[in-house]
Design a protein. Sequence first.
Length: 223
Amino acid sequence: MQKNGTDSVTVISKIWRHFLSGVLVTAPLALTAYIVWQTITTIDEKVKSLIPAKYYFEKYIPFDLPGFGIIIAFVVFTLIGTFATGFLGRLFVKTGERFVNRMPVVRGLYSAVKQIFEAVFKRDKNSFREVVLIEYPRKGLWSLGFVTGVTQGEVQQGTKEEVVNVFVPTTPNPTSGYLLFVPRSDLKPMSMTVEEGIKMVVSAGIITPAALDKNSPENPKVK
């Protein structure tokens, strides 16, 4: 009788392990597909609300076309980018920016938003240069941070030693966090890439990259 009970527990344990394996395989794929689908649907609805119904693809084909909004948005942004990089486009943008810069409140908001988008989308400006460890929020506790540049201007002049801009993100939302000005000597460079660092933050430490050899050429140094 005892053996049968042990066998039953073993079978249940195996079934449970298989169930968990199925969840681990399916959940990330399902969640990713759901997020992508919701994004496409949201963009489609927003774009369609700006276009007359007679121009909908569904009027000319017998089925719905997911991604219609994304296609339209891509075409529109591409055309705007083409125009903005030309002579007349640059002149138009500069004139518009001069007008915005005369508006006390709006100019500050526009400047901040523009800098954020330039940092994110321009490849020649690496917003997150490398991953570092810093003692924060108090001595003995360590936080993962991302170097965004060398501190300059009034902030640097107000410190006794050279400091570096470090962004410490929150978990699991890395788009919010704290900007710290940390002395270069207090930084501990990590061998992980920026992408690996972001994954670690988003996963609350569940995804931890393996350590690299200190002599590895992939090991970054604070510049």
